[in-house]
Design a protein around this ligand. Sequence first.
Ligand SMILES: NC(=O)c1ccc[n+]([C@@H]2O[C@H](COP(=O)([O-])OP(=O)(O)OC[C@H]3O[C@@H](n4cnc5c(N)ncnc54)[C@H](O)[C@@H]3O)[C@@H](O)[C@H]2O)c1
Ligand SMILES: *[C@@H]1O[C@H](CO)[C@@H](O)[C@H](O)[C@H]1NC(C)=O
Length: 346
Amino acid sequence: MVQKQISTRTTGNRFKNAILIIYYLLESFVKMFIPLSMMKKKNVENQNILITGGGSGIGQSMALRFLRLGAKVIVWDVNQEGMETTKKMAEEEKLNVKNLHLYKVDLCDSTAIYKVAELVKQQLGPLDILINNAGVVSGQNFLDIPDGKIDLTFKVNCLAHFYTIKAFLPDMIKRRSGHIVTVASVAGRIGVCGLSDYCASKFANIGMDLSLRMELAKANLDGHINTTIVQPYFITTGMFGGVDPGIFEFLKPEFVVDKIMQAILTNSVQVVVPNYFDWVLCFVPSLPHNCLSIVYDFIGGFEFMANFHGRNLPSKTMKTNGVKDEEINNNMANMINQNVVDNNHK
Ligand SMILES: NC(=O)c1ccc[n+]([C@@H]2O[C@H](COP(=O)([O-])OP(=O)(O)OC[C@H]3O[C@@H](n4cnc5c(N)ncnc54)[C@H](O)[C@@H]3O)[C@@H](O)[C@H]2O)c1
Ligand SMILES: *[C@@H]1O[C@H](CO)[C@@H](O)[C@H](O)[C@H]1NC(C)=O
């Protein structure tokens, strides 16, 4: 039940359900062979699309993509400078910046989230798509993470999703139309050394999305209000500067955003980037522990985070793993923002 007063479905005819299960399994098997790029995309022209963390990285790139498609894009970010950069990029591309609406919001602050959500609803009306994308990472070993950073990670990466959804889902239910996108990570499917708080927050994203999807189904809203859970591997946006991606390659932001856009516009429930990781992630975590740690070692897992510096400049002694510094730190504004966030939440 999404809300107590909404009529919900109860256990149905089991014979009919068994037939439906077989039908949908066959359908999804056939669909496995059709690339998403060939599937029909939904039209988002004039739709209201909110993207948190749209002042940098994946969020910034998604904002530009949706502007190109004629959508009204609402960006929430704590980093005003980053949002201005998004706007400047849109202007340079001669996109219609009247369709771009910037709101400075600190997602750690639930009161601010609800307040700005009301403002957005008054000024622009209900949302068609809500994309919870903003995220932070501490990148420290378990015992070294200050409590403040653990709190910050959970507030931004996980709790804020609950508040934004609580603010915008009721209107979607009223209109029986909407879409909630959650940007999780491959780190929401497997444990990683040096990322315990981050992984925990991303696992939480997946649990939240799955439960919400079931509540929507229970309320007979599946097929009307869709959800998409996004799980990419390491991307060169700067968030994971200094990471050694092991036997796999760092992903380019534009490649990841291509996949995310395809998934959103085809109403896919899940997208893993790269695609084949979905199989790896089903298989690897179910290995027996002694075997898992050897496989983890083999893929370079113990060293992923050894030289992590995030958006801070790397120290001279650090290896750069073949990824250029300018690629890692491609958004100076964000480094400043990171400091603001760090200072606010010590
Ligand atoms: N970069 C990767 O390797 C990678 C891999 C998998 C998943 N992800 C996820 O993708 C999403 C986007 O990552 P990115 O690489 O574009 O990161 P990014 O650092 O480039 O962008 C994150 C944005 O979130 C904003 N933000 C941070 N704290 C905020 C707060 N308190 N209030 C409002 N906004 C806040 C930042 O200002 C920034 O603009 C994140 O959820 C991240 O966890 C990233
Ligand atoms: C949700 O997905 C279904 C099935 O793909 C589609 O028919 C419907 O239009 C989607 N709803 C929205 C709001 O995109």
